[in-house]
Design a protein around this ligand. Structure first.
Ligand SMILES: C[S@@+](CC[C@H](N)C(=O)[O-])C[C@H]1O[C@@H](n2cnc3c(N)ncnc32)[C@H](O)[C@@H]1O
Length: 374
């Protein structure tokens, strides 16, 4: 890991921000974390290691007997200092997950909260976790917050797709769009941040419109110059995407242009393969591929786990977004993980959240990753 990639985490004010945005969901998230650990951690773990521990949020949610055997690691020195101030009794080490100060085959479980989605070299970290884990030891990752959509750009682009803002869910556009035109859009939900279109469909079409001086090209913002050879700078593109996404009026203008481009392409009968992508689903697939059997792991669980409690009105936080429109609560109910009986179906007045959970286990036999039947 380069010093630069750690330096982005040197601002302790970020930790206060994280505490603030997590606070309304604290009880529910704690319940999901505890249920997951009770179900998937090996019995009586002797050494547990947290990676990317930040200011200690996960410790806050751990049951005392788990916290007592956990060593928290974090490469950012300012975060380590903040952690030690908050939890003077905790065992905290400054360490990068690529190079952990533990002997091979010594650790019962590696825990992480909102970390694996931020690492540029996940394979190196995976190999290091495999080294330190005992056979049968687990990696447990929780993601309770949004993960930035730009984290999925490199792979979409390498796979021949252009990431577009999700104009198919823009309420400002959908309100005025006739049903016949809505039918031309891909199926997407509120939690899909990106629509991906094939590069070899998008770029020649925009190039053709630019050549014909079509005014729509000027409204395509960062997409307008993609047809110019050598003009694509992935970092600049990601920065522009995020800046526009954070500015409602620019986002509406860009979404309007992308919608119009898509409808024109479809009406002209051009190939326009477009699919909705959520960064959370993308991360889930990426973790499953990274911690796959051929790398010495087997999958115990991957997906959202949900919990709810009574509240004055319906509010759901899922995939880092908060919605107050009444809708089914996605994910595996926490009661199923706990093995407790399912509470009655939630009514309209609930506060609900989901946490994306990933659990992979280090293979136990020579056939690494295959589950041993007893
Ligand atoms: C989004 S923050 C999450 C912090 C904390 N776990 C939380 O959820 O509050 C990501 C954390 O990963 C850490 N990190 C970045 N690169 C890392 C690496 N190579 N190894 C271990 N941790 C890393 C950062 O320093 C940061 O603390």
């Amino acid at each position: 890991m380069t010093p630069d990639s750690i330096a982005r985490w040197h601002n302790p004010a970020l930790l206060d921000h994280l505490i603030r945005i997590r606070q309304p969901w604290d009880r529910l998230t704690r319940r999901i974390v505890r249920a997951t650990l009770a179900k998937y951690l090996p019995h009586s773990p002797e050494i547990l290691v947290e990676i990317g521990a930040g200011g200690g949020q996960l410790r806050e949610w751990l049951p005392p007997e788990i916290a007592a055997v956990t060593t928290h690691t974090e490469p950012s020195k300012p975060f380590v200092e903040a952690f030690c101030q908050r939890y003077p009794d905790a065992n905290v080490l400054a360490a990068d997950a690529e190079n952990l100060p533990f002997t091979s085959d010594s650790v019962s479980g590696v825990l992480a909260l909102c970390v694996l989605d931020t690492l540029p070299d996940l394979a190196t970290v995976r190999n290091e976790l495999h080294r330190v884990l005992k056979p049968g030891g687990v990696v447990v990752h929780f993601l309770d917050l949004a993960t930035s959509p730009d984290t999925l750009f490199p792979e979409l682009i390498a796979g021949g797709e252009v990431p577009l803002t999700n104009f198919a869910r823009d309420p400002g556009l959908l309100e005025v769009l006739p049903e016949s035109k809505k039918a031309l859009l891909p199926v997407a939900d509120d939690f899909d941040e990106v629509l991906a279109v094939r590069w070899d469909a998008f770029v020649p079409f925009v190039g053709m419109l630019a050549k014909a001086n079509q005014p729509i090209v000027a409204d395509l913002g960062p997409y307008a110059r993609l047809h110019q050879p050598g003009s694509f700078d992935p970092d600049r593109f990601a920065l522009e995407f995020m800046a526009i996404s954070a500015d409602p009026s620019r986002l509406l203008a860009l979404n309007r242009a992308l919608l119009s481009l898509t409808l024109t392409a479809r009406q002209m009968g051009r190939a326009w393969p477009l699919r909705a992508v959520s960064s959370r689903t993308h991360l889930r697939m990426k973790l499953q591929n990274t911690f796959a059997t051929e790398h010495g792991f087997s999958l115990d669980f991957a997906g959202p786990i949900s919990a709810w409690e009574m509240a004055p009105e319906f509010v759901l936080r899922h995939a880092g977004r908060t919605v107050s429109r009444l809708m089914p609560i996605p994910g595996t109910p926490v009661e199923e993980v706990e093995g407790t009986s399912l509470a009655a179906a939630p009514g309209k007045a609930v506060r609900a959240t989901t946490v994306e959970v990933f659990v992979a286990r280090k293979g136990v036999g020579p056939n690494l990753g295959s589950s041993a039947c007893v």
